[in-house]
Design a protein around this ligand. Structure first.
Ligand code: AMP
Ligand code: ZN
Length: 432
């Protein structure tokens, strides 16, 4: 195992010792904000009370609502002149949450992203094309700085504009791309339309993250472009990308535990779940100076993967994000996550790159409508073939989510695409 920095290769004992020391530091620093000073005083927690990483449980949770209530700078713990950067989370409604970074924060964040890229085999010889939006979204500058830190030629291509992306990849022989999963398949389709073979594209590694997607979706990206795709997890509240990342084993994402303290709790009770069980990921910053955040409820659902990783790293692994607690919808009394639906439809080779789930009421009750784009070559099939396919997809979905959906086929490139994170579900119930 070739490590980028010492902490990447630490033993469990080294990680634990560092976590205790840094957690104390985070608590102490957080008390520079009136919000945490009051919270921690009420809970009776002082830095010296932390003796093991599990002592973090004595600290109250921080929620998205708390961050919003402190918008814009209520949680700032350093003098204003020490701040060099601000990012906002992509929340679509209400007050955003803003994170302020010191020079040290930007540097340690870049180091972490560089460590992630290095772990999957990216080297200074690589050309890194960042196909994600820049601006307030952390996937832009976050990856940009990390790839530059590693020494790659880094191209800030930004989101969308497939023709320009393709031209840059070809002209500069881009070998590594950071790309949203939903956009990766769209880009592949564009290449095909241009009469090009995506497998002959120079890309050898794709960094894919920022939104939930299934293993089936990853395999499609890998097969289409003949490359390796690695899952990348992060959120603005924890700097952005670089929180957890897959290694070359592609079997769960290592959480960088020298920088973040992860917990998985029951989303209803807030109690820790037994190891290996699914729950809500809770994260504490261990290194951040500008805005330390303690026990942040991410709303993201995952589980710790048991056992050691074959790669030899000891930072614990989490499973791919199964969905956000907020993405769950209830239809006919059943709880459904969009990823359960994606997992089924993406196993059908006839299905193209995009799909949309719509919840409606038709007067008699709720209807689950699943529109899927079919590959062009399948659209010409005769009616009976298509009907039988429709039935097979509906029946597999029923087995998975216990509700019989209406499956509809549409032509490729007809469902709405987004340049940012994909919108997979529309809930129109109660709107008519
Ligand atoms: P933002 O802070 O706006 O970039 O959004 C962060 C959120 O994006 C996370 O809380 C997750 O819900 C989602 N996210 C980021 N990376 C992934 C990933 N690899 N898989 C699934 N969801 C992700
Ligand atoms: Zn590993």
């Amino acid at each position: 195992m070739e490590v980028f920095d010492k902490a990447e290769g630490w033993s469990r004992e080294e990680i634990t010792a560092c976590q205790v020391a840094r957690l104390r530091g985070s608590i102490a620093r957080s008390m520079n904000s009136p919000f945490y000073r009051e919270r921690l005083a009420r809970a009776g927690v002082r830095p010296e009370d932390i003796r093991t990483p599990e002592d973090v449980r004595r600290i109250p949770f921080t929620t998205k609502q708390d961050l919003r209530s402190q918008y814009p700078e209520g949680l700032l713990c350093v003098p204003r002149r020490d701040v060099v950067r601000m990012h906002c989370s992509s929340g679509t409604t209400g007050t955003p949450t803003a994170i302020c970074y010191t020079r040290g924060d930007v540097n340690s964040w870049s180091d972490l992203v560089a460590r992630c890229l290095h772990m999957v085999g990216v080297r200074p010889d690589d050309v890194f094309q960042n196909m994600s939006g820049y601006g307030l979204f952390t996937g832009g500058l976050g990856f940009h700085n990390g790839a530059e830190r590693l020494g790659c030629m880094t191209i800030p291509a930004g989101a969308g504009n497939s023709l320009r992306q393709i031209k840059i990849v070809e002209d500069f022989h881009t070998t590594v791309a950071h790309i949203l999963p939903s956009y990766a398949l769209i880009l592949g389709e564009k290449l095909r339309q241009m009469g090009k073979n995506p497998a002959e594209f120079p890309l050898r590694i794709a960094i894919v993250g920022a939104e939930p997607y299934t293993e089936e979706f990853r395999r499609r990206i890998e097969d289409l472009f003949a490359l390796k795709a690695y899952n990348s997890y992060g959120l603005t509240e924890m700097n952005g990308p670089g929180v957890a990342f897959e290694c070359q084993e592609q079997n769960g994402m290592h959480v960088w535990e020298d920088a973040y303290l992860p917990e998985i709790v029951n989303p209803e009770t807030g109690e820790p779940v037994p190891d290996g069980e699914i729950g809500e990921l809770v994260l504490t910053t261990l290194r951040r100076e500008g805005m330390p955040i303690l026990r942040y409820r991410t709303r993201d659902l995952t589980r710790f993967l048991p056992g050691e990783c074959a790669c030899g790293r000891h930072h614990r692994r989490i499973d791919r994000i199964l969905g956000r607690a907020d993405d769950m919808f209830i239809i006919k009394g059943v709880n459904v996550y969009p990823m359960q639906i994606e997992q089924v439809i993406m196993t059908f080779k006839e299905v193209g790159q995009n799909y949309l789930i719509t919840l409606e009421s038709d007067g008699l009750g709720d209807v689950l409508r699943v529109q899927v784009e079919l590959r062009d070559e399948c659209f010409v099939e005769d009616m009976r073939v298509l009907q039988s396919l429709q039935k097979r997809i509906a029946s597999r979905l029923r087995d998975e989510v216990l509700v019989t959906p209406r499956v509809e086929f549409v032509q490729s490139n007809t469902l709405p695409k987004s340049e940012g994170k994909a919108v997979r579900v529309r809930d129109l119930r109660g709107t008519k």
